[in-house]
Design a binder for this molecule. Structure first.
Ligand code: HEC
Ligand code: HEC
Ligand code: HEC
Ligand code: HEC
Ligand code: HEC
Ligand code: HEC
Length: 391
């Protein structure tokens, strides 16, 4: 019996001990849990807060500010990033009164200029304030975006011959009809002059059209992505060869693949005129692996041999001598007519840059060194030989 009682006592003791033990474990754990819960909640809250879109955040500013629609209670915020540093803006948005109190001259001046109306404090984190400033920047950009940013203010397209042709035909018709029926003009030789002049004018129009046929000088097609050379090679001074890597080594000046665009556009996700729309197309092309289908602008017939490396690398001819001021072009435009006469004219006059190791084997090289001759044109090294350009 004693044994049974002591067994029960032992059992009770151990269970209560274990219970007590587990309780302390539990209380400790639960306090830790509560702590965890608190940090989790603030983290969640923070995450939730940082998920507030800048457009949402701006709603509380919109009572007093517009972007590009003039002053309300506070100044128009269009272009505000250009007026202050990012750091200043963050401080001002969070607590403009402290900034004014600290004696900041820009803040004080603004305050004075706005009838000493205080701008309320905003309890936004630095990241939120930053996203808001970006938002204002891009909204300003939308106002400044130019839908015609690809247009060029020059055209190398030859003038149309439609009107000269019609006028010539009218001269001929009038000459014949008056001669035969109307008889308004008394002298036959005037009819003959009219008809001959008409033939000359319309004939010239037709031959010019025939010559230009198949040539595409001034050709300026729309491209699948609104790519602007003015923005890249002009404003941002990116070197032609950075993108057209082939021009030094090969026949073709290659068109860059999407992956090369992404060297920059992984970071630059917003364009001044097209926002995200056009730049997103580069990402789509890269992710899907379907190459961008650029429309070819320059194109020589198959029976002509032309090499970029020969001209750019060996001949030291600059891109602009053949392609014009590409850095000023929105849409790329064909500037030269790419006719045989165009190639020949240049070869007749262009001097060969003999300070180039490529020419060491040429006989003219010695003559130049010895001072026998002072210059050599491309023609003189065979630049007019039919088989150099034709297979
Ligand atoms: C109750 C009205 C009010 C609200 C709301 C308000 N502001 Fe202002 N804000 C002002 C006033 C007034 C000024 C002029 C400065 C001053 O008086 O202190 C100003 C000035 C500014 C400036 C400086 C403008 C300049 O031209 O240099 C910025 C930037 C600015 N506010 C951003 C914000 C942002 C962002 C919000 C929303 C988070 C916001 N404001 C909300 C009233 C307001
Ligand atoms: C950021 C990259 C980039 C830079 C820099 C660049 N290009 Fe281009 N270029 C392209 C792309 C992409 C195309 C094809 C799309 C188009 O035609 O607009 C192209 C097309 C061209 C074409 C027409 C090709 C055809 O189809 O006949 C010429 C000519 C050209 N570039 C010359 C130049 C010259 C000259 C420079 C330097 C002043 C230059 N590019 C700088 C990317 C670039
Ligand atoms: C060396 C850097 C660089 C490379 C490479 C580059 N870009 Fe850009 N691109 C820029 C810059 C800088 C801007 C202007 C961004 C700005 O002003 O905010 C820009 C703007 C743009 C825009 C926006 C135009 C607008 O006005 O909205 C498009 C579209 C674009 N690039 C397409 C391309 C394509 C296609 C390629 C590849 C053929 C390319 N870029 C390669 C630097 C680059
Ligand atoms: C001597 C004249 C000349 C010079 C200099 C020249 N190009 Fe070209 N380029 C042409 C001709 C001609 C074509 C058409 C080639 C064809 O259809 O085979 C062309 C075509 C192109 C093309 C379309 C792709 C191709 O190769 O067919 C690009 C891109 C191009 N050039 C870029 C450049 C760049 C960049 C430079 C300077 C580094 C340059 N070019 C210098 C005459 C020239
Ligand atoms: C702006 C001047 C210029 C234009 C335009 C030009 N070339 Fe040239 N070309 C040169 C120069 C300079 C050289 C000399 C480089 C060298 O030694 O190969 C050259 C050399 C050549 C050569 C090699 C000649 C040789 O003797 O080795 C060929 C082929 C050629 N050009 C074809 C063409 C064709 C085809 C066109 C027209 C579609 C053309 N070029 C337009 C300047 C020009
Ligand atoms: C410097 C390069 C060059 C040389 C040298 C050259 N050609 Fe051409 N040739 C061209 C080019 C470029 C075209 C294409 C013109 C076009 O598409 O309008 C062409 C076109 C032609 C055509 C077709 C004409 C047409 O209008 O369809 C003939 C035929 C021709 N060449 C014959 C010759 C003969 C013969 C010689 C030697 C006396 C010669 N070429 C030398 C560059 C050259």
């Amino acid at each position: 019996m004693k044994f049974i009682i002591s067994l029960i006592a032992f059992f009770l003791f151990t269970t209560s001990y274990v219970e007590a033990k587990s309780e302390t474990v539990l209380t400790r754990d639960s306090s830790a849990l509560v702590e965890n819960q608190v940090t989790l909640d603030t983290a969640k809250q923070n995450a939730k807060r940082s998920m507030r879109s800048p457009a949402e955040l701006f709603k509380s500013c919109a009572r007093c500010h517009s972007i590009g629609r003039g002053k309300l209670i506070g100044p128009d915020l269009a272009g505000v990033s250009a007026r202050h540093s990012g750091e200043w803006l963050i401080k001002f948005i969070q607590a403009s009164d402290s900034l004014i109190a600290s004696g900041d001259t820009a803040a004080k001046r603004l305050y004075e200029e706005n009838e000493k109306l205080p701008m309320p404090r905003h309890d936004y984190s630095n990241d939120e304030a930053k996203s808001l400033i970006d938002y204002i920047f891009f909204e300003t950009r939308k106002l400044e975006a130019d839908p015609n940013f690809l247009d060029n203010d020059f055209s190398f397209a030859h003038p149309s011959n439609t009107w000269p042709f019609i006028i010539g035909v009218l001269f001929i018709l009038f000459g014949i009809i008056d001669w035969a029926f109307l008889k308004l003009i008394r002298f036959k030789f005037i009819h003959i002059i009219l008809i001959l002049a008409g033939l000359a004018i319309s004939g010239k129009a037709v031959t010019e059209e025939a010559i230009y046929m198949g040539r595409s000088q001034g050709f300026e097609p729309d491209q699948p992505i609104k790519f602007s050379h003015r923005i890249h090679a002009g404003d941002n001074e990116i070197d032609c060869q950075y993108c057209h890597t082939g021009s030094m080594e090969s026949r073709n000046s290659s068109i860059p693949p999407a992956s090369l665009c992404l060297n920059c556009h992984n970071v630059i996700r917003n364009g001044p005129n097209t926002g995200e729309v056009e730049i997103n197309k580069i990402h789509e092309a890269f992710e899907s692996g379907v190459p961008i289908e650029w429309v070819r602008v320059h194109s020589l017939p198959d029976y002509v041999f032309f090499s970029h490396a020969q001209h750019v690398n060996v001949g030291k001819v600059e891109c602009k001598e053949c392609h014009g001021e590409v850095e000023k072009m929105g849409r790329i435009q064909q500037v030269s007519d790419l006719s045989m006469g165009w190639c020949i004219d240049c070869h007749r006059t262009q001097k060969v840059q003999f300070d180039n190791e490529y020419y060491l084997s040429y006989k003219q090289h010695e003559d130049i060194l010895s001072g026998k001759i002072s210059e050599v044109t491309v023609e003189e090294i065979g630049g007019l030989n039919c088989q150099k350009c034709h297979y």
